[in-house]
Each structure stands twice: as structure tokens, then as C-alpha cells.
Design a protein around this ligand. Sequence first.
Ligand code: ADP
Length: 519
Amino acid sequence: MSELLLGVDVGTSSVKALACDSSGRIVATCSAAHPIHQPHAGWSEQNPEDWWTSSVSAIRGVLSDPKCDGSRVIAVGLSGQMHGSVFLPAGSETPIRPALLWNDQRTAEQCRSIEQAFGGRRAMVSMVGNAALTGFTLPKIIWLREREPENFAKVATVLLPKDYVRLKLDGRRATDVGDASGTLLFDIEARRWSRAALSRVGLDPAILPDVVESGEVTGRVTPAAAAETGLPAGTPVIAGSGDNQAGAVGAGIVRSGLVLATIGTSGVMYAHSDSPRRDLQSTTSDRQEGPEPVGRLHTMCAANGSRGIPGQYSLTGCMLSAGGSLQWCRDSLFPGESFEALMAEAEQVRPGCDGLVFLPYLTGERCPYPDPQARGGWIGLTSRHTRGHLVRAVIEGVTFGMGQILDLVRGLGVEVESVRLGGGGARSALWRQLQADVYRCRVATMDTEEGPAFGAALLAGVGAGVFPNVAEACRTAVHESGIIDPRDSSAYDGARQVYGSLYTDLGPRFAALHGMDQS
Ligand code: ADP
């Protein structure tokens, strides 16, 4: 009977636990859902104790699978939603208030004051790799200090979501370099908390947890946690990472040249980089109203480090409505149709959609245009266009947007050799080929789609010594299942060019339309 590795991913809607063997073969998975609370418009909170409750059920669910005997589990790795803030008092595991999540929007004012305190957006990106966005952790801490001073006074430690589950498992207040990178308080290059950033905003370094590389052991399952979860007491707990970084490990994106393009509801382009490249170059086509377009890509530590082996870096860009645009199109215009049927109609239409272009900014945009007021639409409709044109224009527009993010990555000097595909968009052959053509490089599908929980399990294997390092874990356990080479993409040139200039042309009109919106 071989050893088992457990990965636990603390997601926004559920915790997913997964056990695999030392070849990476998945033996059992189980999910357990938890609620999300929106006490006011734009607020998004969860009770950290609910994460623990669902972690216990998901772990118990995996261990009760007949193929999975708990005594064979030799290590547990963690992954989770990034940027959230768990406020803990000294000497107790009971949070002071519910955690603010990555999608909480209440901190716009704090983001402005933070960028000022750092000396502007450019200075901030230079210091911590990222601009101040409402989702990140630091604005949430400042919000607590300003709006709930009585709670702030009680804070002994601020933890990230997965690290609350770690505290319950091994009793230690610790995090990893990847998740720490999403706080705006981390020196990405030196891979430690940034004293300079902390002093800019007047925070005490003591409120931050210990930080280690993602493949390092942080502690061992306590007898109390063993009794609750069914895991053997003393099982090593491995740092793991934020869900984007752990997902990259699960897809084998652990060396320069490899990129992961995920088209789920949102679209995420994640590139591995051997150095901490920062998005500080604005190009002439970026000229627009508003803040300087730097920090559109996030620079973070990658999760490919382990004890004594420092990891490298990642660049990520997120478009808000990727698969979400196709989902909206289907639900509002073609209800009851399957995605497969819509793809078949789109396939009948020529590349470039006979002069029809779709802008996917249905929920505002983040990258490459950080603009919550951006709006979507089809531009160039004529009476000759069909349903297939509408659908094809949507997937072309989303792919052009993802391609713009990839071009920003290339613009920072990253040579892109291969793009691995993830998310629902990778289920369509048409969309896979379109991605190869628009990204102008080879794309590949993967034989497992388990993402962050799988990455966390592989990191557990590194921490437990099953694999000598993260690269070797990925070589053993992660495999491409299909490869698609790019075809001549000149048929898209015209549409791409128009797409690339439409946001600049229409930006001011979006703001006016936003002002008229009563909904
Ligand atoms: P989530 O981000 O919610 O986890 P998924 O990764 O499952 O979502 O992706 C869902 C999206 O993928 C859908 O909204 C749709 O745009 C796209 N999608 C799913 N199946 C297909 C398909 N067969 N063909 C094309 N697109 C698909």
C-alpha cells in the first residue's frame, strides 16, 4: 500500500480535499460548502470557523473513501482563496470578527490613501510588486483600523484564509511566500515581510505571521485536530500557497517559458518568471484618463520553493468576465442551448467574424484596463450577421483580451514557450485552437483539472521528502494530454487591431453610460 498525500483547498464557495499517491494519481476527492455573507452592498465576508468546519468534513469525506486509508496519509498541504483577512486576538483561535474576502469592495478610499502613503502607484509597484486594489489584504487592515478601532486594538495576528485552517491543524501562525505576496506588505524580491511597507502605513510587524517557502513544513497535526479530522496526530502540515500559485504547481507551471491560461468565469493568465519582473512600463497605446497604467500585472513569489531552495516568481493578469461573457450570452440570448451547440454554430463563421468585434467588459475590467466602469458590447453589427457571429465574436473578444495580457507578460521580457489551458473554455476544441492562434504559440491541455488542491498535495509531497523539489514533483505527477500548434492567424489581425483600440476610443463614453445606470 503506497503513501498518500492530502491537498486541502480553502475556496470561496467550498473546501476541496484531495488525496493522491506518490505518482500523482488521484485516489479520492471530497468538497464541503460554506456560506458567504454580504451584510452591505459590496461587502463580502466569511466566518473562518466555517472554513474549519468544511475542512473537517472534506478531509473526513476523503478519508472515508474505501480507496483511501487515513493511516497512509503522510503529509497535508494547504491552498486557498488569496488576500482575505482573518483578524485574531492573542492566545485564542476565535477570530475578532468575520474575515473580509478577496472580492470585498469596501476599501476604495483606503486604497487611495495607501498609494499616497507609498508615494504613488509606481513607487508602490516598485516596493511590493503590486498596486493597491480593493481585494488585497492591506486595505482591509487599514479599513479595520479606521472603521472598527475597538476591533483593531484587539488584533494580535492577521492571517490569510488557508492559514487559519493551518492554525487549527498544527497550532502555528504561519504563511507562505506566495500568499504573503498578495498582502501588499511583502518584499517579493527578498521573500520576507517588507519593513519599509509596514512603516509607510504605520503597522507593527508583529501582527504578521511567520513566512516560509511553499514546500516547507510548518508543523504537525495536533492531537485535537487529529480527533476532529481523522488524520494521524503528528502528520506534517506543509505551507502550500494561494490558489493561483498552488494551481500553477498543479498544472506544472514551475519554470520560465510556461504559462497557464484559465478561462473560467473570469480569465487568469499566470506566467512563471525566473526574476521578479514588475509591470512598470507603460506604452504609448496605454494613454488614457485615470491612474498611470502600471501594476496591471501582479508580481508575486511562485510556490516552487522548499526548505533550503528559494522559489522564483510569477506574473498574473486577470480579466473579469471571460467564460462569464459566454455564459451571459447564452443565458440571456440563447437560453436552454448547450455550450457545445453554440460552439458548433460559431465554427461555421470565418475567423474575424466578418467585421464584428465583442468587448467583454461586462463586469468592468481589471487587466489590461483597470476600470470598474468599463462596459461591454458588440461593435460592427450588420443585418448579415447571424447567431453564430454573435457567439464567435464573444469567444474571439475574450481571447483577444487574454492575448493582450500575454503580450504584457512578453513585454516584460518573458519568453513564452507553451501555454497550458485550464477552466471551462478549454473544453471546446474551437476555443483551444483560437487560443493557440491568438496567443501565437503552442497550447496544451492537461490530464488533470484538479488545480489548487492537487498543487497543494504535490507541495505536501515535497515537504514530506517524497519528491526532492517542486520541479521533480511536477515532472512525476503532471502530464500534458493534448498539444495544439498555432495556425496562420493573419485572419484575426484586423479584428485584433480594432479590439485593441476600442477601449481607448470608448473609455469616456463608458463613464457617461455608467453615470446613467440606475440599476
Ligand atoms: P468557474 O470559474 O465558475 O469554476 P469553469 O472553469 O467551470 O467555471 O468555466 C465555466 C465557463 O466555461 C462557462 O461559463 C463557459 O463560458 C465555459 N465553458 C464551459 N463548457 C464549455 C464548452 N463545452 N465550450 C465552451 N465553453 C465552455
